[in-house]
Design a protein around this ligand. Structure first.
Ligand code: HEC
Length: 511
């Protein structure tokens, strides 16, 4: 059973890669070295292959983890009995994005996999696959040599970043804090006071932050986060050290988008809702909230919502889930949105068929809206998002998903590029100034699972080339251009499960 399943899955993955016409070549992840005298992989039989094809796309193949935690982490293995591990693999944790394997893997196969996790975990212990302190590292990329400068460290799971016109920087931390880095690059010890309450587990917490294009006059700051359904009391925050198996059930949560102002004493004031979902859309899972947003410079705000773990939402125009939305700056619906005249449709919908979009960027040369989105098992996508179009999730995917057998569909857009296995694409932005001459007009993409910063050269609607600019320093979540013209990137330690220490770095050009 085990062998057949492995062959089928490997085969499907190879099939996907071979058919990846436009998808750029995938660099191999940094090798995790085996200690001397370790048993050779051959002595495990085909377990490494099963793991690589079935588990690694989400969990990574080293201590770094990916979409899910590393299964080789000493902290996880020490805290979980074999029985708990077997049970998780058998029954999955559907609400958290961990599929059940009882129909694909026999009990014996599952037991052997657990043994493999322990053996391999022991081998990998201590062999860091990333450099926790990148400060001062010099990287020579294809067109630009640069030095990494750590601007601020000791942030917890940074998610969104923006500069205020006075040179201060705001960074969201996923557990629910808005932090200020002052003009001198000092991280203030106290977060902004009175920001909204979130409930954070897995994908949930504080997400993106942006300024109104006319911020200088109106002071509006936009913030998105996951919250517990109105009227319910949020349970206590999870203990970050607790094994996931011991955490209590999640309350119903949903993405909310607000705007507010920052007072002179660093308080969050004047809050207004831009989007708050009806109570029946608050789900007790902790995945696929979206939520990136972006102004188009013409008074519109684009924002993304994930499918909240149910792919049928993405094709259902009566729900806002699994969509890119377009509203005015106050959350009202523009009259030229594609579905405003269609009865029963959520009028803010701009495009649909999305799974979990975490990146949005306008190409200033073409005005096209580029988007990045997490696929299921493989099938991460880069799309160009256009009015009223269907991007297929729920019906078609380049990745593996039970219930989806087609990769293309009539009336559905193919991705511009896709990635199998998954890379975990997150924030993206176009670089338009001149600090790094060879990078002008490149699209940068931050990557979680693959732990890279990618640079694309784009011509109109096509990716002409792809280059890994950063790798081996942790997960990257967002990338923006600072007022000084340098790229500012949110990095996260990848060796910690769940909430993770993170930092802001900038790339300083070197001759
Ligand atoms: C589609 C993505 C996906 C695949 C494929 C997948 N997992 Fe998971 N897995 C997850 C996620 C996400 C979590 C975290 C769940 C949570 O937070 O409770 C997880 C959690 C786990 C846990 C519990 C970890 C903990 O912190 O307690 C184990 C054990 C596990 N997975 C084993 C496996 C094994 C073994 C395979 C391959 C047979 C596998 N998973 C395949 C997504 C996946």
């Amino acid at each position: 059973v085990l062998r057949n399943f492995a062959i089928v899955v490997v085969g499907v993955f190879l099939g996907l890669q071979v058919s990846a016409q436009q998808a750029p070549a995938l660099p191999t992840p940094p090798p995790a070295s085996l200690p001397e005298g370790a048993p050779t992989p051959a002595s495990y039989g085909n377990l490494p292959a099963v793991f690589t094809s079935t588990c690694a796309p989400c969990h990574g193949s080293d201590l770094a983890g990916g979409r899910g935690p590393s299964l080789f982490a000493a902290s996880l293995l020490a805290a979980s009995s074999d029985e708990v591990l077997r049970q998780t693999i058998r029954d999955g944790r559907i609400d958290a994005g961990m599929p059940a394997f009882k129909d694909q893997l026999s009990d014996e196969a599952i037991s052997r996999l657990v043994a493999y996790l322990r053996i391999r975990g022991g081998q990998l212990k201590g062999s860091a696959s990333f450099l926790p302190d990148p400060n001062g590292q010099v990287v020579t990329s294809r067109k630009q040599k640069f030095r990494i400068e750590v601007v601020a460290a000791n942030l917890d799971t940074p998610w969104g970043e923006v500069f205020l016109p006075d040179g201060r920087m705001l960074v969201t931390e996923r557990p629910g804090r808005l932090r200020i880095i002052d003009r001198n690059g000092k991280l203030l010890p106290d977060p902004v006071q009175n920001t909204p309450l979130t409930w954070s587990r897995q994908d949930g917490g504080y997400f993106d932050i942006a300024l109104h294009p006319d911020y200088r006059h109106n002071g509006w700051i936009y913030l998105s986060f996951s919250e517990v359904a109105p009227g319910l009391v949020a349970p206590a925050a999870d203990d970050p050290a607790a094994p996931r198996a011991l955490l209590g059930p999640a309350p119903p949560t949903m993405t909310r988008l607000v705007r507010g102002r920052l007072s002179a004493s660093n308080e969050w004031i004047d809050q207004q809702d831009i989007f708050r979902a009806p109570v029946d859309l608050y789900k007790t899972n902790v995945i696929h909230y979206g939520s990136r947003f972006l102004f188009d410079g013409r008074g519109h705000l684009f924002w993304s919502l994930g499918d909240r773990g149910d792919k049928s939402n993405a094709q259902n125009l009566a729900t806002p889930l699994g969509k890119i939305h377009r509203t005015n700056d106050d959350g009202s619906v523009p009259r030229d949105n594609p579905f405003v005249k269609t009865p029963g449709v959520v009028p803010s919908i701009w495009s649909y068929g999305h799974r979990n979009p975490e990146g949005l960027a306008f190409d200033p040369r073409t005005g096209l809206l580029w988007e990045s989105e997490h696929g299921p098992l493989g099938g991460d996508e880069i799309n160009i998002v256009e009015k009223g179009r269907n991007y297929g999730w729920g019906r078609v995917s380049m990745g593996l998903e039970p219930g989806i057998s087609e990769q293309h569909g009539k009336g559905m857009e193919d991705p511009i590029a896709y990635y199998s296995p998954s890379i975990g694409p997150s924030g993206m932005s176009f670089y338009t100034v001149n600090r790094y001459p060879g990078w002008k007009n490149s699209l940068f993409l931050a990557e979680l699972a693959g732990q890279r910063l990618l640079r694309y050269e784009i011509k109109s609607r096509a990716i002409r080339s792809e280059e890994t600019v950063l790798q081996g320093f942790g997960r990257t979540r967002a990338v923006i251009t600072g007022p000084d013209g340098y790229l500012y990137i949110l990095l996260m330690n990848s060796q910690t499960i769940g909430s993770a220490p993170g930092m802001v770095i900038r790339l300083m050009p070197e001759k």
